[in-house]
Ligand binder design. Structure first.
Ligand SMILES: O=C[C@H](O)COP(=O)(O)O
Length: 250
């Protein structure tokens, strides 16, 4: 950590039904324990944002979303705008997750528009970047991450409106993680990019690590310089694991 309050964010991806409110209830119940060292955010599927946002009222937990359309409204069947998510009680939106980049062909330019949409709705944009296995093997990690940052981050980022998540694609859902040294190198690079572009604000924007974070590796990963929290997939579906990870921050 670099003195920034950590953010532990859970991305439930396409998982969760109304009955999952009981898991959320356990998170709320445990949020006052060791987990209170971090800001806590759960990003359920859009279908649950409204109900979950109501459920967390009065607790330290916040609710976010996983994607948004760039436009505030209009003829876009099946899409959801940032304004709709804000209206449902979301406080943040994940944009540019590698699964959306891969499954929906999202470009850096589109991700940037989505981040701007989140800001237009007064929400935090959590912008994801990360290299594939092939890119890593070719020694292109920093080049890829640098290009994604340059293309995906809008001008005007502040510590209050932007979080960056570094998620190596090959580490997502695989049980594999980079070494702490590798994480340190990439997060240090991201920090440099942020400070070059956003000056003093860039030093205070939180940089999350994501990819197979679990209770057993959280303390080691969260202790790496310039790691200011985690974006957690699978392990965020279980309250005990999510809270244990939050409790492991330095
Ligand atoms: O957004 C979360 C990431 O894709 C990480 O997922 P994972 O923790 O299941 O590897």
């Amino acid at each position: 950590m670099t003195g920034l309050r950590p953010l532990i964010a859970g991305n439930w991806k396409m998982n969760g039904l109304k009955a999952s409110a009981s898991e959320l209830g356990q998170m709320i119940a445990g949020a006052g324990g060791p987990a209170q060292k971090a800001d806590l955010l759960i990003c359920p599927p859009a279908t649950l944002v409204l109900a979950f946002a109501g459920a967390v009222q009065g607790s330290p937990l916040r609710i976010g979303a996983q994607d948004c359309h760039p436009n505030p409204s209009g003829a876009h069947t099946g899409d959801t705008s940032a304004e709709m998510l804000a209206d449902s009680g979301a406080t943040a939106i994940i944009v540019g997750h590698s699964e959306r980049r891969a499954d929906h062909g999202e470009t850096d330019a589109l991700v940037r528009q989505k981040a701007e949409a989140a800001w237009r709705a007064a929400l935090i944009a959590i912008v994801c970047v990360g290299e594939t296995q092939d890119q890593r093997d070719a020694g292109q990690t920093l080049e890829v991450v640098g290009r994604q940052l340059a293309g995906s981050l809008p001008d005007g980022a502040t510590a209050a409106n932007l979080v960056v998540a570094y998620e190596p694609v090959w580490a997502i859902g695989t049980g594999r993680t980079p070494t702490p040294k590798d994480v340190q190198d990439v997060h240090g690079f991201i920090r440099d990019q942020l400070t070059q572009r956003f000056s003093g604000e860039g030093a205070r924007i939180r940089i999350l690590y994501g990819g197979s974070v679990k209770p057993s590796n959280a303390a080691e990963l969260m202790a790496v310089p310039n790691v200011n929290g985690a974006l957690i997939g699978g392990a965020s579906l279980k309250a005990t694991d999510f809270l244990a990870i939050a409790g492991a921050v330095a």
